[in-house]
Design a protein around this ligand. Structure first.
Ligand SMILES: Cc1ncc(C[n+]2csc(CCOP(=O)(O)OP(=O)(O)O)c2C)c(N)n1
Ligand SMILES: [Mg+2]
Length: 356
């Protein structure tokens, strides 16, 4: 993909195929029947959604640098966990993303213009400009809850409703490594496991919470939570869109057939800061070697290389998709910027629908 020197991490700007990483990437899924059953259009849809998710973040970063917004919470480097997992869902399922899972909105079909308007506070989003955490129940997206962990029991509640109505649907949510420290995450997991509801709970271990590295806030393996709650548990490469896809595809079947929650632990890496304001501090926290290691594992670069070498998809075909995505994001950003002027919320509506 085209790299954006002004907005992207140096490891991505200089990205090249690393033979060892690529071999490992291929071996991870080479005999997987779920991946083998995918069609070319499925592969390309995942590619498109990865690109759109990255370009969404690049556009936000551009606005930060231009002073249009003060900061943005990005998911750069972690796109595969969201895009791969959403790709394996059914349209009837319900997703509960956190702010680093903006790709979930894109995968579920929210117009890019609205995704971007969330940051501009227009009246066109679900919260009508009050909050940048957005969703849309019509497309099965529950907005992130600012208090981390709180979405887990909410999503368990959706899963309980599906169970009681005997519907073949699942609810899925993502919790960061740091947010597993909250009591509410465990209350949600305990309710889901004791009531045996079809909840897919993903621990998105990007190895950091704000400025605290994971080793300092958690000892032990996150997969042990699966035993603790007596539920099936999977461990995936969070930078591998196909590994994430196959895990949710499998988890979804299990969750519905056995009426059980499934835990998925996905290891990944936050290439930026907690938000755009502390990218330099984050680099100091981990050091260059760690960035180099994860930079080689760019979820988009690796997938692109895999599509070309294993699926014989030409670079030209991928570039065509990219051209469309770039044009779509550019157009959406212009429309969103205009909406900031034309569709500002009416101040007299400030307290409407506000209950706490
Ligand atoms: C209950 C609660 N405590 C603290 C915060 C402040 N806070 C926001 S994000 C964050 C770190 C979350 O880390 P992690 O769960 O690993 O997610 P990541 O940011 O790495 O994606 C904290 C402490 C919050 N939003 N809610
Ligand atoms: Mg984290």
């Amino acid at each position: 993909m085209k790299r954006f020197t002004a907005y992207e991490f140096t490891e991505y700007v200089d990205w090249q195929v690393d033979a060892d990483v690529q071999r490992e990437y291929h071996n991870k899924i080479k005999d997987n029947p779920i991946i083998q059953s995918l069609k070319k259009s499925d592969y390309l849809l995942l590619y498109r959604n990865l690109l759109l998710t990255r370009l969404h973040d690049i556009q936000l970063k551009r606005w930060v640098k231009q002073g249009v917004i003060t900061k943005a919470w990005l998911g750069s480097g972690e796109e595969a966990v969201t895009v791969g997992m959403c790709g394996a869902l059914d349209a009837s399922d319900v997703v509960g993303p956190m702010i680093r899972n903006a790709g979930a909105l894109i995968c579920r079909g929210m117009p890019m213009k609205i995704c971007l308007e969330a940051y501009l506070g227009t009246k066109n989003t679900l919260a009508q400009g009050r909050d940048l955490h957005i969703g849309d129940p019509k497309i099965g997206v529950i907005p992130p809850i600012s208090h981390v962990g709180d979405i887990v029991p909410v999503m368990a509640g959706f899963a309980l409703a599906f169970k009681l109505r005997k519907e073949k649907r699942v609810a899925i949510t993502w919790t960061g490594d740091g947010s597993t420290a909250t009591g509410i995450f465990h209350e949600g997991m305990r309710v889901a496991s004791s009531l045996q509801v079809p909840l897919i709970s993903v621990i998105q271990d990007n190895q950091v919470a704000l400025g605290t590295v994971c080793q300092h806030h958690h000892k032990g393996s996150f997969t042990a939570f699966g035993d603790l709650y007596g539920i099936p548990t999977l461990e995936v490469d969070g930078n591998h869109v196909l590994d994430c896809f196959q895990a949710v595809s499998h988890a979804r079947k299990t969750a519905i057939a056995q009426q059980t929650p499934v835990l998925i632990v996905a290891k990944t890496f936050r290439m930026g800061g907690h938000a755009t304001h502390d990218e330099k501090e984050a680099r100091r926290l981990f050091g260059d070697d760690v960035y180099r290691y994860w930079g080689k594992r760019d979820p988009i670069g690796c997938y692109e290389a895999w599509l070309m070498s294993e699926q014989q998809i030409s670079q030209k075909e991928l570039e065509e998709i990219e051209k469309e995505c770039l044009a779509y994001v550019d157009q959406s950003a212009s429309e969103a910027a205009l909406a900031k002027i034309t569709d500002a919320p009416d101040p007299s509506t400030l307290t409407l629908g506000v209950y706490a």
